[in-house]
Every structure is written in C-alpha cells, then in structure tokens.
Design a protein. Structure first.
Length: 281
C-alpha cells in the first residue's frame, strides 16, 4: 500500500513538473529542475528500499544479501534471450537466416526506418511480457527504472564503445500522461541513463499530436497513425549527438521511426533504439 501511495505521489509530481520544465527557456533553470527530479527519484528509491528491504521487484521473494532489485530466478528469466535476432530491427529470426542477414534485414519495410538499429533485452513473451504489462499501471514506475538498469547491464555491450551522447524516451502526449500519471518509457530511460552514466533528457522530444493507440491499429496503418506526431526541441543541443531512444516494446517500429525522424530533423547524428522487448509484427 505504501509503495503504491509513494509511486502515485511522485508520478503526479513528475507528470506536472515535466511540462513546466519544457516551457522554461533558460538552460540553467532547466538543469536545476532536472537535478531536483533526479534527487527526488533517488530519495524515493532509498525510501522504498527502507520500506521493502531485500525484496525482488517481480515476485517479492527475499533477496540474497549480494543481490539487488531481482532474485536470481527472475533476473535469469528476464535477461535470457534464447533466440537469434536481426541485427537491424531485433526481430526474432531462424538460426539459418541469421548467417545470411549480415547488416541487412528480412523485413522489407525496415529500409524506411529513421533509426540505425534496435537493441532488445528479449522477446515479448513469458515473464518479460508479464512485467511490461505491469508497467502500464502507475505503481510500476520504480519497477520500470530498475528494469532500465537491468537492460543497461545486459544489453549495453551491444551498443559498442561509444553507445550514445544522450538518452531520450518515447514521449506520451501530455493528456495521456496526465491521465496515466507517468510514462513508463521515461522511467526506463532514467534507469538506462543512470547505469550508462549518460544524461537523460525526456523533455527534448515531445508528442505534439494525441494519436489513437497503436495497439488498436492494423500493422499497415500504424505508420500513418504516428506521422508527424513528434517534435524535437529546436534549442535542445541535439546537433551532432548520438541518441539512445528508449521504449518498452517495439512491434512494427513505426513509433520509434517517427520519433527518430524528429530527432534527426533537429540535428541528431544517429539514433539507436533500446527496448525491453521486441514483439512479433
């Protein structure tokens, strides 16, 4: 109960402070607000660890002293990807197809993607799917941040020696975020950025159109549904920056591609997408 109450209070604060931070033009003022939110996040994490010491964030089992956030069984289930994947879009491929892919992709629509490639933690099934669905609820914010750290621990090695200059999350439209209370992709991005020691700038990308849910669209209609839905902040200092764009799930790639288009239009040199799971199209 206290876990849920605390998450609710912090989520509402961040949801309402986010638009304020975006409207402030002074970079020093922005950095002060971002620092305040970071301090509050760390304070909240410490409080939750006091309230729920040594407890797995997924199954609530007692943790060994040397473990944090997840028990060994849940950690293994979340980080074990048993399938070969496409190096471009991270889709599951057959073992024989992988040898013929090189830097290509078996999916014809991938050629129009505005991002460089996708790095996933695993496929959208099993425990990973169950945990991602749990993130859709307000009380999943702390879990989302620890999952972001888990992604960085296990998947960041595939980003190369210079993974990115900045971490940015796929944004929700302000009205949808207000109603939900928080954006799980922003919480994931904070966890990824903290582990990689990179700046996290969720305010640098906005969703300017409240689009219908992608899950309610046919795969062929998803690209048109999000066309022009994002805008990157023109004064955000994106020029020449490599961006790690974070989301929970990638299915057709339409949302991530359109977000990457906006980031590149604002000057980003390249965009790599980090997701917890890759779903079948």
């Amino acid at each position: 109960m206290l876990f849920g109450i605390f998450d609710f209070g912090f989520s509402i604060l961040e949801c309402r402070m986010g638009p304020v931070a975006r409207k402030i033009e002074n970079p020093k003022s922005k950095s002060k607000i971002e620092h305040l939110m970071t301090v509050l996040r760390h304070l909240g994490r410490g409080l939750l660890q006091l309230l729920y010491p040594g407890q797995c964030g997924v199954c609530a089992a007692a943790l060994p002293p040397e473990r944090s956030h997840f028990c060994p069984e849940c950690r293994t289930a979340l980080t074990t990807d048993p399938y070969p994947t496409c190096p471009r879009c991270a889709a599951t491929v057959g073992p024989f197809a992988l040898a013929t892919l090189a830097d290509g992709c078996t999916h014809y629509w991938v050629s129009s993607f505005q991002f460089e490639r996708v790095v996933r933690l695993g496929p959208y099934d099993g425990l990973l799917r169950d945990v991602i669905l749990r993130l859709k609820h307000l009380k999943g914010e702390y879990l989302a941040e620890t999952l972001g750290q888990l992604w960085a621990e296990h998947a960041a090695g595939r980003l190369g020696p210079t993974p990115a200059d900045v971490v940015i999350a796929i944004p929700l439209h302000w009205w949808r975020q207000w109603r939900r209370g928080y954006n799980q992709s922003v919480a994931l991005a904070h966890g990824v950025a903290e582990h990689l020691r990179l700046p996290c700038r969720p305010g640098w990308l906005r969703r300017i159109r409240n689009t219908p849910l992608q899950t309610q669209q046919a795969p062929s209609a998803r690209h048109d549904n999000v066309r022009g839905a994002f805008r990157a902040h023109s004064a955000a200092g994106l020029r020449g920056k490599a961006v790690l764009l974070v989301d929970d799930v990638l299915t057709t790639g339409s949302t991530a591609s359109e977000a990457a288009r906006a980031l590149r239009a604002a000057g980003a040199s390249r965009v790599v997408v980090a997701v917890l799971a890759r779903a079948a199209r």
